[in-house]
Design a protein around this ligand. Structure first.
Ligand code: VG1
Ligand code: CO
Length: 544
Protein backbone atom coordinates (compact mmCIF):
# COMPACT_ATOMS: atom_id res chain seq x y z
CA UNK A 1 0.00 0.00 0.00
CA UNK A 2 1.47 3.34 -0.99
CA UNK A 3 2.68 6.08 1.30
CA UNK A 4 0.77 9.28 0.68
CA UNK A 5 1.38 12.92 1.48
CA UNK A 6 -1.64 14.79 2.79
CA UNK A 7 -1.62 18.56 2.43
CA UNK A 8 -2.70 20.30 5.60
CA UNK A 9 -2.63 23.66 7.33
CA UNK A 10 -1.19 24.45 10.76
CA UNK A 11 -3.27 24.78 13.93
CA UNK A 12 -2.25 27.46 16.39
CA UNK A 13 -3.33 25.67 19.57
CA UNK A 14 -1.02 22.67 19.78
CA UNK A 15 1.31 23.89 22.51
CA UNK A 16 2.05 20.94 24.83
CA UNK A 17 1.17 21.69 28.47
CA UNK A 18 2.59 20.28 31.71
CA UNK A 19 2.19 16.79 30.33
CA UNK A 20 1.58 16.74 26.57
CA UNK A 21 -1.27 18.09 24.44
CA UNK A 22 -4.76 17.87 25.99
CA UNK A 23 -8.02 18.86 24.36
CA UNK A 24 -11.60 17.70 24.16
CA UNK A 25 -12.06 14.51 22.12
CA UNK A 26 -14.18 16.46 19.62
CA UNK A 27 -11.28 18.86 19.16
CA UNK A 28 -8.92 15.97 18.39
CA UNK A 29 -11.49 14.57 15.95
CA UNK A 30 -11.28 17.63 13.68
CA UNK A 31 -9.84 16.73 10.29
CA UNK A 32 -6.01 16.52 10.41
CA UNK A 33 -5.78 17.68 14.06
CA UNK A 34 -4.20 14.58 15.60
CA UNK A 35 -2.24 13.89 12.41
CA UNK A 36 -0.67 17.36 12.42
CA UNK A 37 0.50 16.96 15.99
CA UNK A 38 1.88 13.46 15.40
CA UNK A 39 3.75 14.64 12.28
CA UNK A 40 5.05 17.60 14.30
CA UNK A 41 6.41 15.12 16.84
CA UNK A 42 8.04 13.01 14.13
CA UNK A 43 9.55 16.15 12.54
CA UNK A 44 11.07 17.27 15.87
CA UNK A 45 12.74 14.22 17.38
CA UNK A 46 15.70 13.61 15.11
CA UNK A 47 16.51 10.69 12.86
CA UNK A 48 14.40 7.66 13.72
CA UNK A 49 14.79 5.77 10.44
CA UNK A 50 15.34 2.13 11.34
CA UNK A 51 14.26 2.75 14.93
CA UNK A 52 11.52 1.46 17.24
CA UNK A 53 8.63 3.19 19.00
CA UNK A 54 6.36 2.20 21.92
CA UNK A 55 2.67 3.08 21.61
CA UNK A 56 -0.23 2.73 24.01
CA UNK A 57 -2.67 4.62 26.14
CA UNK A 58 -4.95 4.65 29.14
CA UNK A 59 -7.91 3.08 27.32
CA UNK A 60 -10.03 6.21 27.23
CA UNK A 61 -12.45 6.99 24.41
CA UNK A 62 -10.60 7.53 21.07
CA UNK A 63 -7.53 5.55 22.28
CA UNK A 64 -7.81 2.79 19.68
CA UNK A 65 -8.78 5.16 16.84
CA UNK A 66 -5.73 7.27 17.56
CA UNK A 67 -3.48 4.19 17.67
CA UNK A 68 -4.62 3.13 14.20
CA UNK A 69 -3.90 6.63 12.83
CA UNK A 70 -0.47 6.76 14.47
CA UNK A 71 0.52 3.27 13.27
CA UNK A 72 -0.12 4.23 9.65
CA UNK A 73 1.80 7.47 10.10
CA UNK A 74 4.73 5.72 11.83
CA UNK A 75 4.96 3.25 8.95
CA UNK A 76 4.76 6.03 6.35
CA UNK A 77 7.43 8.04 8.19
CA UNK A 78 9.91 5.17 8.28
CA UNK A 79 9.87 3.63 11.76
CA UNK A 80 11.04 0.01 11.60
CA UNK A 81 9.05 -1.35 14.50
CA UNK A 82 6.31 -0.35 16.97
CA UNK A 83 5.49 -2.15 20.21
CA UNK A 84 1.79 -1.68 21.00
CA UNK A 85 0.11 -2.68 24.26
CA UNK A 86 -2.64 -5.29 23.85
CA UNK A 87 -5.99 -3.57 23.19
CA UNK A 88 -4.00 -0.33 23.06
CA UNK A 89 -3.48 -0.42 26.83
CA UNK A 90 -0.23 0.78 28.39
CA UNK A 91 0.09 2.79 31.57
CA UNK A 92 2.47 5.76 31.55
CA UNK A 93 4.96 3.98 33.86
CA UNK A 94 4.71 0.80 31.74
CA UNK A 95 5.65 2.79 28.62
CA UNK A 96 8.67 4.13 30.50
CA UNK A 97 9.65 0.58 31.52
CA UNK A 98 9.32 -0.73 27.96
CA UNK A 99 11.23 2.15 26.34
CA UNK A 100 14.14 1.51 28.70
CA UNK A 101 14.04 -2.27 28.59
CA UNK A 102 13.73 -2.58 24.82
CA UNK A 103 15.95 0.46 24.25
CA UNK A 104 13.53 2.07 21.82
CA UNK A 105 13.89 5.50 20.24
CA UNK A 106 10.90 6.76 22.21
CA UNK A 107 7.24 6.28 22.91
CA UNK A 108 3.86 7.90 22.40
CA UNK A 109 1.38 7.81 25.29
CA UNK A 110 -2.28 8.52 24.64
CA UNK A 111 -3.77 9.89 27.81
CA UNK A 112 -5.26 12.93 29.44
CA UNK A 113 -4.29 11.37 32.77
CA UNK A 114 -6.66 12.45 35.56
CA UNK A 115 -9.05 14.34 33.23
CA UNK A 116 -12.41 12.64 32.57
CA UNK A 117 -12.87 10.54 29.40
CA UNK A 118 -15.66 9.87 26.91
CA UNK A 119 -16.92 11.34 23.62
CA UNK A 120 -17.47 14.78 25.18
CA UNK A 121 -14.52 14.69 27.56
CA UNK A 122 -10.76 14.84 27.21
CA UNK A 123 -8.05 13.17 25.16
CA UNK A 124 -4.31 13.70 25.19
CA UNK A 125 -1.01 12.72 23.64
CA UNK A 126 2.55 12.97 24.91
CA UNK A 127 5.96 11.95 23.63
CA UNK A 128 8.62 10.27 25.74
CA UNK A 129 12.28 10.10 24.76
CA UNK A 130 14.76 7.21 24.85
CA UNK A 131 15.45 7.60 28.58
CA UNK A 132 11.79 6.68 29.14
CA UNK A 133 10.83 10.14 30.36
CA UNK A 134 8.62 12.95 29.12
CA UNK A 135 10.21 14.99 26.34
CA UNK A 136 12.09 17.96 27.81
CA UNK A 137 10.99 21.53 27.01
CA UNK A 138 13.56 21.80 24.25
CA UNK A 139 11.66 19.10 22.34
CA UNK A 140 8.11 20.15 23.29
CA UNK A 141 8.97 23.69 22.18
CA UNK A 142 10.23 22.31 18.85
CA UNK A 143 7.04 20.26 18.40
CA UNK A 144 4.94 23.36 19.04
CA UNK A 145 6.99 25.46 16.61
CA UNK A 146 6.63 22.76 13.95
CA UNK A 147 2.86 22.47 14.52
CA UNK A 148 2.53 26.16 13.61
CA UNK A 149 4.19 25.79 10.22
CA UNK A 150 3.31 22.24 9.15
CA UNK A 151 2.02 21.95 5.56
CA UNK A 152 1.71 18.19 5.07
CA UNK A 153 1.93 14.83 6.78
CA UNK A 154 2.70 11.27 5.69
CA UNK A 155 0.39 8.31 6.05
CA UNK A 156 -0.64 5.15 4.21
CA UNK A 157 -3.35 4.91 1.61
CA UNK A 158 -5.39 2.25 3.42
CA UNK A 159 -8.42 1.92 5.67
CA UNK A 160 -7.38 -1.47 6.99
CA UNK A 161 -6.87 -1.51 10.75
CA UNK A 162 -4.48 -3.65 12.79
CA UNK A 163 -6.05 -6.14 15.22
CA UNK A 164 -4.88 -4.91 18.63
CA UNK A 165 -6.63 -7.57 20.67
CA UNK A 166 -4.32 -10.56 20.08
CA UNK A 167 -0.65 -10.91 21.05
CA UNK A 168 0.77 -11.18 17.53
CA UNK A 169 3.17 -9.61 15.06
CA UNK A 170 1.99 -7.72 11.99
CA UNK A 171 3.67 -6.18 8.98
CA UNK A 172 2.57 -2.73 7.79
CA UNK A 173 4.36 -1.33 4.77
CA UNK A 174 7.70 -2.72 5.85
CA UNK A 175 7.19 -1.77 9.53
CA UNK A 176 6.79 -4.51 12.14
CA UNK A 177 4.02 -4.11 14.73
CA UNK A 178 4.30 -6.29 17.81
CA UNK A 179 1.27 -6.45 20.08
CA UNK A 180 2.69 -7.06 23.55
CA UNK A 181 1.27 -7.99 26.93
CA UNK A 182 0.51 -4.68 28.67
CA UNK A 183 1.53 -5.84 32.14
CA UNK A 184 4.34 -8.40 32.12
CA UNK A 185 7.47 -6.21 31.67
CA UNK A 186 6.19 -3.83 34.34
CA UNK A 187 5.29 -6.59 36.79
CA UNK A 188 8.72 -8.17 36.34
CA UNK A 189 10.49 -4.93 37.24
CA UNK A 190 8.33 -4.48 40.37
CA UNK A 191 9.31 -8.02 41.36
CA UNK A 192 12.98 -7.09 41.12
CA UNK A 193 12.62 -3.89 43.20
CA UNK A 194 10.50 -5.07 46.10
CA UNK A 195 10.50 -7.91 48.60
CA UNK A 196 7.44 -9.71 47.21
CA UNK A 197 7.93 -12.59 49.67
CA UNK A 198 7.68 -10.29 52.68
CA UNK A 199 4.58 -8.56 51.29
CA UNK A 200 3.02 -11.91 50.42
CA UNK A 201 3.63 -13.19 53.96
CA UNK A 202 2.09 -10.06 55.45
CA UNK A 203 -1.03 -10.52 53.33
CA UNK A 204 -1.19 -14.25 54.09
CA UNK A 205 -1.09 -13.33 57.78
CA UNK A 206 -4.25 -11.27 57.48
CA UNK A 207 -3.15 -7.80 56.33
CA UNK A 208 -6.00 -6.35 54.25
CA UNK A 209 -6.00 -3.81 51.45
CA UNK A 210 -8.26 -2.10 48.95
CA UNK A 211 -6.93 -0.66 45.70
CA UNK A 212 -9.25 1.56 43.66
CA UNK A 213 -8.21 1.54 39.99
CA UNK A 214 -11.00 4.04 39.21
CA UNK A 215 -11.87 2.14 35.98
CA UNK A 216 -8.62 3.46 34.55
CA UNK A 217 -5.48 1.85 33.18
CA UNK A 218 -4.02 0.48 36.44
CA UNK A 219 -6.74 -2.17 36.84
CA UNK A 220 -4.97 -4.96 34.95
CA UNK A 221 -1.60 -4.09 36.53
CA UNK A 222 -2.97 -3.99 40.08
CA UNK A 223 -5.00 -7.18 39.62
CA UNK A 224 -1.97 -9.09 38.36
CA UNK A 225 0.44 -7.80 41.00
CA UNK A 226 -1.69 -7.36 44.12
CA UNK A 227 -4.13 -10.23 43.67
CA UNK A 228 -2.41 -12.82 41.45
CA UNK A 229 1.19 -12.40 42.56
CA UNK A 230 0.93 -11.11 46.13
CA UNK A 231 -2.14 -13.13 47.07
CA UNK A 232 -4.51 -10.38 48.12
CA UNK A 233 -8.03 -11.88 47.84
CA UNK A 234 -10.09 -11.34 44.68
CA UNK A 235 -12.00 -8.11 45.06
CA UNK A 236 -9.11 -6.29 46.78
CA UNK A 237 -8.80 -4.35 43.53
CA UNK A 238 -12.01 -2.43 42.88
CA UNK A 239 -13.11 -0.70 39.65
CA UNK A 240 -10.41 -2.80 37.99
CA UNK A 241 -11.76 -2.89 34.43
CA UNK A 242 -10.55 0.04 32.28
CA UNK A 243 -13.56 1.79 30.75
CA UNK A 244 -13.59 4.36 27.93
CA UNK A 245 -15.32 6.87 30.19
CA UNK A 246 -13.82 5.67 33.50
CA UNK A 247 -17.36 4.84 34.58
CA UNK A 248 -18.26 8.51 34.33
CA UNK A 249 -15.85 9.58 37.09
CA UNK A 250 -12.73 11.70 37.36
CA UNK A 251 -9.85 9.21 37.45
CA UNK A 252 -8.06 11.48 39.90
CA UNK A 253 -6.90 9.75 43.08
CA UNK A 254 -7.72 12.15 45.89
CA UNK A 255 -10.18 12.21 48.76
CA UNK A 256 -12.72 14.06 46.61
CA UNK A 257 -12.74 11.88 43.50
CA UNK A 258 -11.97 8.55 45.20
CA UNK A 259 -14.70 9.24 47.70
CA UNK A 260 -15.85 5.63 48.04
CA UNK A 261 -12.37 4.53 49.08
CA UNK A 262 -12.01 7.51 51.39
CA UNK A 263 -15.27 6.61 53.17
CA UNK A 264 -14.23 2.98 53.49
CA UNK A 265 -10.86 3.88 55.03
CA UNK A 266 -12.49 6.09 57.64
CA UNK A 267 -15.18 3.51 58.54
CA UNK A 268 -15.40 0.55 60.91
CA UNK A 269 -14.82 -1.81 57.94
CA UNK A 270 -11.55 -0.15 56.97
CA UNK A 271 -8.87 -2.46 55.64
CA UNK A 272 -5.30 -1.87 56.85
CA UNK A 273 -4.29 -0.10 53.66
CA UNK A 274 -6.04 1.75 50.85
CA UNK A 275 -4.72 3.19 47.61
CA UNK A 276 -5.89 4.53 44.29
CA UNK A 277 -4.33 5.63 41.03
CA UNK A 278 -5.23 7.87 38.12
CA UNK A 279 -6.20 7.58 34.44
CA UNK A 280 -2.76 6.64 33.15
CA UNK A 281 -1.43 4.97 36.28
CA UNK A 282 1.31 7.38 37.23
CA UNK A 283 -0.32 8.91 40.32
CA UNK A 284 -1.12 7.37 43.67
CA UNK A 285 -3.11 8.09 46.78
CA UNK A 286 -2.13 6.34 50.01
CA UNK A 287 -4.62 5.99 52.87
CA UNK A 288 -4.34 4.04 56.10
CA UNK A 289 -7.06 3.11 58.53
CA UNK A 290 -8.31 6.56 59.60
CA UNK A 291 -5.41 8.44 58.11
CA UNK A 292 -4.78 10.09 54.75
CA UNK A 293 -1.12 10.43 53.78
CA UNK A 294 -0.45 13.65 51.88
CA UNK A 295 1.65 13.04 48.76
CA UNK A 296 4.32 15.39 50.09
CA UNK A 297 4.52 13.39 53.33
CA UNK A 298 4.51 10.16 51.37
CA UNK A 299 7.66 11.21 49.49
CA UNK A 300 9.35 12.17 52.76
CA UNK A 301 8.34 8.92 54.47
CA UNK A 302 9.45 6.75 51.56
CA UNK A 303 12.80 8.54 51.62
CA UNK A 304 13.20 8.18 55.37
CA UNK A 305 12.35 4.46 55.15
CA UNK A 306 14.19 3.60 51.94
CA UNK A 307 16.45 1.21 53.82
CA UNK A 308 13.45 -1.07 54.39
CA UNK A 309 13.19 -1.72 50.64
CA UNK A 310 15.79 -4.00 49.02
CA UNK A 311 16.37 -1.97 45.84
CA UNK A 312 16.89 1.30 47.74
CA UNK A 313 18.82 0.19 50.82
CA UNK A 314 21.83 2.50 51.09
CA UNK A 315 21.18 3.78 47.58
CA UNK A 316 19.25 7.02 47.99
CA UNK A 317 21.64 9.69 46.72
CA UNK A 318 19.30 12.66 46.42
CA UNK A 319 15.65 13.71 46.53
CA UNK A 320 13.85 16.05 44.15
CA UNK A 321 10.44 17.62 44.58
CA UNK A 322 8.45 20.03 42.48
CA UNK A 323 8.41 23.58 43.81
CA UNK A 324 4.83 23.55 45.17
CA UNK A 325 5.41 20.21 46.95
CA UNK A 326 5.86 20.62 50.70
CA UNK A 327 9.35 20.84 52.13
CA UNK A 328 8.89 17.66 54.21
CA UNK A 329 11.30 15.71 52.01
CA UNK A 330 13.94 18.45 52.34
CA UNK A 331 13.99 17.77 56.08
CA UNK A 332 14.66 14.07 55.43
CA UNK A 333 17.40 14.86 52.91
CA UNK A 334 19.05 17.15 55.44
CA UNK A 335 19.06 14.43 58.08
CA UNK A 336 20.34 11.81 55.64
CA UNK A 337 23.04 14.23 54.49
CA UNK A 338 22.02 14.02 50.85
CA UNK A 339 21.09 16.70 48.31
CA UNK A 340 17.57 17.93 47.70
CA UNK A 341 16.37 19.68 44.53
CA UNK A 342 13.40 21.93 43.82
CA UNK A 343 12.12 21.81 40.23
CA UNK A 344 9.16 23.31 38.34
CA UNK A 345 5.90 21.35 38.23
CA UNK A 346 5.89 18.39 35.85
CA UNK A 347 7.84 15.14 35.80
CA UNK A 348 9.97 16.16 32.81
CA UNK A 349 12.17 18.28 35.06
CA UNK A 350 13.32 15.26 37.08
CA UNK A 351 14.72 13.37 34.07
CA UNK A 352 18.05 15.17 33.78
CA UNK A 353 18.68 14.85 37.54
CA UNK A 354 18.02 11.10 37.45
CA UNK A 355 20.04 10.56 34.27
CA UNK A 356 22.97 12.35 35.91
CA UNK A 357 22.64 10.20 39.07
CA UNK A 358 21.86 13.21 41.24
CA UNK A 359 18.57 11.92 42.65
CA UNK A 360 16.95 8.59 43.43
CA UNK A 361 13.47 9.60 44.65
CA UNK A 362 11.19 12.28 43.21
CA UNK A 363 7.74 13.54 44.07
CA UNK A 364 5.00 16.04 43.44
CA UNK A 365 2.22 17.22 45.72
CA UNK A 366 -0.26 16.19 43.00
CA UNK A 367 -0.10 12.52 44.06
CA UNK A 368 2.98 11.73 42.01
CA UNK A 369 5.85 9.72 43.47
CA UNK A 370 8.59 7.76 41.77
CA UNK A 371 12.23 6.83 41.55
CA UNK A 372 15.06 6.34 39.09
CA UNK A 373 13.78 2.83 38.24
CA UNK A 374 12.07 4.59 35.31
CA UNK A 375 11.65 8.22 34.22
CA UNK A 376 7.95 8.68 35.02
CA UNK A 377 6.02 8.90 38.23
CA UNK A 378 4.65 5.50 39.08
CA UNK A 379 1.43 4.88 41.02
CA UNK A 380 1.78 1.16 41.73
CA UNK A 381 5.46 1.58 42.54
CA UNK A 382 4.45 3.93 45.36
CA UNK A 383 1.83 1.46 46.59
CA UNK A 384 4.37 -1.37 46.57
CA UNK A 385 6.93 0.83 48.34
CA UNK A 386 4.42 1.41 51.13
CA UNK A 387 3.47 -2.27 51.30
CA UNK A 388 7.15 -3.22 51.49
CA UNK A 389 7.77 -0.74 54.30
CA UNK A 390 4.66 -1.91 56.17
CA UNK A 391 5.77 -5.55 55.80
CA UNK A 392 9.22 -4.71 57.05
CA UNK A 393 8.32 -2.38 59.94
CA UNK A 394 5.24 -4.34 60.98
CA UNK A 395 3.49 -1.15 62.09
CA UNK A 396 0.32 0.54 60.88
CA UNK A 397 0.26 3.38 58.34
CA UNK A 398 -0.93 5.69 61.10
CA UNK A 399 1.94 4.77 63.46
CA UNK A 400 4.53 5.23 60.72
CA UNK A 401 3.16 8.66 59.77
CA UNK A 402 2.90 9.87 63.38
CA UNK A 403 6.41 8.68 64.19
CA UNK A 404 7.63 10.54 61.12
CA UNK A 405 6.00 13.78 62.31
CA UNK A 406 7.52 13.33 65.78
CA UNK A 407 10.96 12.98 64.29
CA UNK A 408 10.90 15.54 61.49
CA UNK A 409 8.06 17.89 62.38
CA UNK A 410 4.93 18.20 60.34
CA UNK A 411 4.35 20.17 57.15
CA UNK A 412 0.66 20.99 57.07
CA UNK A 413 -0.31 21.12 53.44
CA UNK A 414 -3.27 21.77 51.19
CA UNK A 415 -3.98 22.75 47.59
CA UNK A 416 -7.04 24.76 46.60
CA UNK A 417 -8.02 24.59 42.92
CA UNK A 418 -10.24 27.19 41.26
CA UNK A 419 -11.22 25.41 38.06
CA UNK A 420 -12.49 26.75 34.73
CA UNK A 421 -11.97 30.45 35.47
CA UNK A 422 -12.22 32.62 32.36
CA UNK A 423 -8.68 32.69 30.98
CA UNK A 424 -8.43 36.49 30.92
CA UNK A 425 -9.46 36.78 34.54
CA UNK A 426 -7.00 34.10 35.68
CA UNK A 427 -4.20 35.81 33.76
CA UNK A 428 -5.19 39.05 35.43
CA UNK A 429 -4.81 37.48 38.89
CA UNK A 430 -1.37 36.17 37.97
CA UNK A 431 -0.11 39.39 36.41
CA UNK A 432 -1.30 41.32 39.45
CA UNK A 433 0.62 38.97 41.71
CA UNK A 434 3.66 39.12 39.48
CA UNK A 435 3.76 42.89 39.98
CA UNK A 436 3.15 42.66 43.71
CA UNK A 437 5.82 40.09 44.53
CA UNK A 438 8.50 42.54 43.49
CA UNK A 439 7.81 44.61 46.60
CA UNK A 440 6.44 42.12 49.14
CA UNK A 441 9.68 40.93 50.70
CA UNK A 442 10.06 42.31 54.22
CA UNK A 443 6.42 43.39 54.50
CA UNK A 444 3.67 41.98 56.73
CA UNK A 445 0.70 39.95 55.52
CA UNK A 446 -1.54 39.82 58.60
CA UNK A 447 0.70 38.57 61.41
CA UNK A 448 3.10 36.97 58.93
CA UNK A 449 6.39 38.48 57.77
CA UNK A 450 7.29 37.87 54.13
CA UNK A 451 10.87 36.62 53.98
CA UNK A 452 10.96 36.19 50.19
CA UNK A 453 8.62 36.50 47.23
CA UNK A 454 9.29 35.81 43.59
CA UNK A 455 8.14 34.17 40.38
CA UNK A 456 9.95 30.85 40.45
CA UNK A 457 12.64 30.45 37.80
CA UNK A 458 14.57 27.20 37.42
CA UNK A 459 17.96 26.67 35.91
CA UNK A 460 18.52 23.00 35.15
CA UNK A 461 21.80 22.08 36.88
CA UNK A 462 22.69 19.61 34.13
CA UNK A 463 22.00 21.41 30.84
CA UNK A 464 21.60 24.97 32.23
CA UNK A 465 18.27 25.43 30.43
CA UNK A 466 16.11 28.06 32.09
CA UNK A 467 12.36 27.77 32.78
CA UNK A 468 10.79 31.06 33.87
CA UNK A 469 7.43 32.01 35.36
CA UNK A 470 6.88 28.68 37.10
CA UNK A 471 4.71 30.02 39.92
CA UNK A 472 4.48 32.87 42.41
CA UNK A 473 6.06 32.01 45.77
CA UNK A 474 5.52 33.94 48.96
CA UNK A 475 7.63 32.61 51.82
CA UNK A 476 7.27 33.68 55.46
CA UNK A 477 9.77 33.94 58.27
CA UNK A 478 8.12 31.05 60.16
CA UNK A 479 8.71 28.66 57.25
CA UNK A 480 5.16 28.88 55.84
CA UNK A 481 4.55 29.34 52.13
CA UNK A 482 1.85 30.29 49.67
CA UNK A 483 2.33 29.37 46.00
CA UNK A 484 0.13 30.44 43.08
CA UNK A 485 0.27 28.92 39.62
CA UNK A 486 -1.92 28.22 36.62
CA UNK A 487 -2.50 24.61 35.63
CA UNK A 488 -1.06 23.38 32.35
CA UNK A 489 -3.31 20.33 32.03
CA UNK A 490 -6.87 21.67 31.96
CA UNK A 491 -9.00 21.88 28.82
CA UNK A 492 -11.62 24.49 29.70
CA UNK A 493 -10.67 28.01 30.73
CA UNK A 494 -7.90 28.31 33.29
CA UNK A 495 -7.39 26.53 36.59
CA UNK A 496 -5.68 28.52 39.33
CA UNK A 497 -3.95 26.42 41.95
CA UNK A 498 -3.06 27.87 45.34
CA UNK A 499 -0.75 25.78 47.51
CA UNK A 500 -0.46 26.29 51.28
CA UNK A 501 2.18 24.97 53.60
CA UNK A 502 3.01 25.57 57.25
CA UNK A 503 5.54 23.85 59.46
CA UNK A 504 5.08 22.65 63.03
CA UNK A 505 7.80 21.08 65.17
CA UNK A 506 6.00 21.09 68.50
CA UNK A 507 4.76 17.50 68.69
CA UNK A 508 2.08 18.49 71.24
CA UNK A 509 0.42 20.54 68.50
CA UNK A 510 0.29 17.78 65.91
CA UNK A 511 -3.39 17.34 65.22
CA UNK A 512 -5.22 15.67 62.33
CA UNK A 513 -6.95 18.78 61.03
CA UNK A 514 -5.21 20.37 58.02
CA UNK A 515 -7.28 23.39 56.97
CA UNK A 516 -7.28 24.99 60.43
CA UNK A 517 -3.49 25.44 60.79
CA UNK A 518 -3.48 26.95 57.27
CA UNK A 519 -6.32 29.37 57.96
CA UNK A 520 -4.30 32.57 58.08
CA UNK A 521 -2.38 31.63 54.92
CA UNK A 522 -5.65 30.96 53.11
CA UNK A 523 -7.08 34.32 54.19
CA UNK A 524 -3.96 36.20 53.21
CA UNK A 525 -3.76 34.49 49.82
CA UNK A 526 -7.21 35.77 48.95
CA UNK A 527 -6.35 39.30 50.04
CA UNK A 528 -2.99 39.52 48.29
CA UNK A 529 -4.31 38.03 45.01
CA UNK A 530 -7.59 39.92 44.96
CA UNK A 531 -9.00 36.64 43.74
CA UNK A 532 -12.59 37.17 44.77
CA UNK A 533 -13.07 40.55 43.14
CA UNK A 534 -11.09 39.67 40.00
CA UNK A 535 -12.80 36.33 39.34
CA UNK A 536 -16.04 36.42 41.33
CA UNK A 537 -15.05 33.13 42.95
CA UNK A 538 -15.64 32.77 46.65
CA UNK A 539 -14.86 29.07 47.11
CA UNK A 540 -12.31 26.69 45.58
CA UNK A 541 -13.69 23.97 43.28
CA UNK A 542 -11.54 21.22 44.78
CA UNK A 543 -9.52 21.08 47.99
CA UNK A 544 -6.87 18.38 48.31
C1 VG1 B 1 -0.75 18.62 37.08
C2 VG1 B 1 0.01 18.50 38.38
C3 VG1 B 1 1.47 18.20 38.11
C4 VG1 B 1 1.58 16.94 37.24
C5 VG1 B 1 0.76 17.12 35.99
C6 VG1 B 1 0.73 15.88 35.12
O1 VG1 B 1 -0.24 19.70 36.32
O2 VG1 B 1 -0.11 19.67 39.15
O3 VG1 B 1 2.15 18.06 39.32
O4 VG1 B 1 2.91 16.69 36.90
O5 VG1 B 1 -0.59 17.42 36.33
O6 VG1 B 1 0.29 14.78 35.84
P1 VG1 B 1 -0.93 21.15 36.29
O7 VG1 B 1 -0.12 21.93 35.31
O8 VG1 B 1 -2.35 20.94 35.91
O9 VG1 B 1 -0.82 21.68 37.69
V1 VG1 B 1 -0.54 13.57 35.07
O10 VG1 B 1 -0.84 12.39 36.16
O11 VG1 B 1 -1.73 14.44 34.36
O12 VG1 B 1 0.52 13.05 33.78
CO1 CO C 1 -1.36 10.75 35.31
Amino acid sequence: MPTITINTKPFDDQKPGTSGLRKKVTHFQQAHYLENFVQSIFDSIGDFKGKTLVLGGDGRYYNQDAIQIILKMAAANGFTKVFVGQNGILSTPAVSVIIRKKQTFGGIILSASHNPGGPDEDFGIKYNTDNGGPAPEKITDAIYARSKEIAHYLTLDTDTDINLSQLATHELNGMTIEIIDSVSDYALLMNELFDFTAIKDMIANGFTLCFDAMHAVTGPYATEILENQLGSPKGSVINGIPLEDFGGGHPDPNLVHAQHLAELMFSEQSPDFGAASDGDGDRNMIVGNNIFVTPSDSLAILAANADQVPAYKGKVIGIARSMPTSQASDNVAKKLGIDSYETPTGWKFFGNLMDADKVTLCGEESFGTGSNHIREKDGLWAVLSWLNILASRKESVSDIVHEHWQEYGRNYYSRHDYEAIETDKANHVMSGLRDKVKTLTGTQLGTLTVSYSDDFSYTDPIDNSISDQQGIRIGFSNGSRIVFRLSGTGTSGATLRIYYESYETDSEQLNEETQQPLKELIEQSLIVSDLQSLTGRTEPTVIT
